[in-house]
Design a protein around this ligand. Structure first.
Ligand code: TXA
Ligand code: MG
Length: 344
């Protein structure tokens, strides 16, 4: 056990000093809170796996604040990687690239590639700049648990296991970054996030149609990023492991009428874009007395509240959480991916 320092934003230099000293500090990003360590210090990187209880075959994302820092991690970016970073960095997009020779195996789990992201959150960028080196940061939760979107949730999982937490605001997006493998020429989405498949497709097809050196567009509708190829598990080690699971059982449904009669300590997470949320919630509480309710007004709202709702349900000993399915397009793919895993 160690003491986990609560560090205010005004004390950000304390967080940077701890990281420079090889310690572990959680910090906010626009997606979820990350558990930071100096990416170029193998002992510091190794401590992350211990603190999270993370399997050693699951590699980490290195976070950078400038393209200069990319050179310490990855070899020359492919044309695809260049296009995606130009369009989406800084932001919630992680690119898998060919790694430089001398990176620690702990960071990459022995793969030839490294995952890199330039976050857009100003606190995260400031912290990385102050450290002056890339920072690895997996989501700041115990392995297998929902990611933390507030510093209080970070402490529920990691108090006494890490050296500090930078106490910033709740994260804006609430789901982890999109992960794209850029090493095969075509974008291969390994994890869905707020940079959606449609956004990546649009950028990729417009670049391919205007640059002959990127090769012809395959098919009349332009190329589509390949999804879930046969070797997906090998390429995206994170997908092999249990993930996003609250203690409660998660059950998915399409419409409220399907729910029938619910008994015991249950929760319902629903979505009603453009609906009258208070009216819907009051109907629901009449129909399902005692149920913990959360009705979201938009897909962004649903994505942003999902993990925190799971965590609240756990702290209130809810036995089953009923979550409404959403359409698998745009951000809906990222939401459904988390719901599928949580309920699987
Ligand atoms: O939004 C995020 O990405 C957050 C914040 C803190 O930046 N971080 C995050 O890290 O979600 P983590 O460790 O929970 O998820 C990293 C994902 C895992 O699924 C891992 O398998 C994948 O990235 N990954 C890392 N390196 C990889 C590589 N070389 N090839 C393929 N997948 C990789
Ligand atoms: Mg994670």
């Amino acid at each position: 056990m160690r003491t986990t320092q609560r560090i205010t934003i005004e004390q950000i230099q304390t967080a940077a000093d701890l990281l420079i000293d090889g310690k572990l500090v959680a910090f906010p990003t626009e997606t979820v809170y990350g558990l930071g360590a100096d990416a170029l210090n193998p002992q510091a990187v190794a401590k992350i796996f211990e603190a999270k209880g993370r399997p050693s075959d699951n590699p980490l994302i290195a976070h950078i604040a400038s393209l200069e820092q990319l050179k310490q991690l990855a070899r020359e970016a492919s044309p695809l990687a260049k296009i995606l970073m130009e369009r989406f960095w800084p932001g919630p997009l992680t690119l898998v690239m060919d790694k430089v020779a001398d990176l620690s195996d702990a960071l990459t789990a022995g793969l030839d590639t490294v995952a890199v992201r330039m976050p857009e959150d100003p606190i995260a960028l400031d912290l990385i700049r102050r450290v002056g080196r890339p920072i690895v940061a997996p989501s700041a939760n115990r392995s297998g648990r929902p990611s933390a979107t507030t510093w209080e949730s970070v402490l529920i999982d990691l108090d006494g296991r890490i050296d500090g937490v930078l106490c910033g605001p709740p994260t804006r997006i609430g789901l982890e970054s999109t992960v794209v493998d850029t090493t095969t020429g075509e974008p291969l989405i390994l994890r869905h996030g707020a940079i959606t498949q449609e956004m990546i497709e649009r950028v990729w097809s417009s670049c391919r149609s205007s640059s002959s050196h990127l090769g012809p567009i395959s098919g009349s509708n332009g190329p589509t990023p390949a999804e879930v190829p046969l070797d997906f598990g090998r390429r995206s080690p994170g997908t092999r492991h249990r993930h996003y699971q609250p203690k409660a059982r998660v059950v998915l449904f399409d419409s409220i009428d399907q729910l029938g009669k619910l008994s015991g300590a249950v929760a319902i997470l629903g979505i009603a874009p453009k609906g009258d949320i208070p009216a819907i919630e009051s109907d629901l509480s009449e129909k399902f007395p005692g149920a913990k309710l959360c009705v979201c007004g938009s897909l962004d709202d649903y994505a942003g509240r999902l993990f925190e709702f799971f965590r609240e349900c756990d702290s209130e000993n809810v036995a089953a959480i009923f979550c409404q399915r959403v359409e698998r397009s745009g951000l809906g793919r990222a939401v459904m991916d988390r719901l599928d895993r949580a309920s699987g």
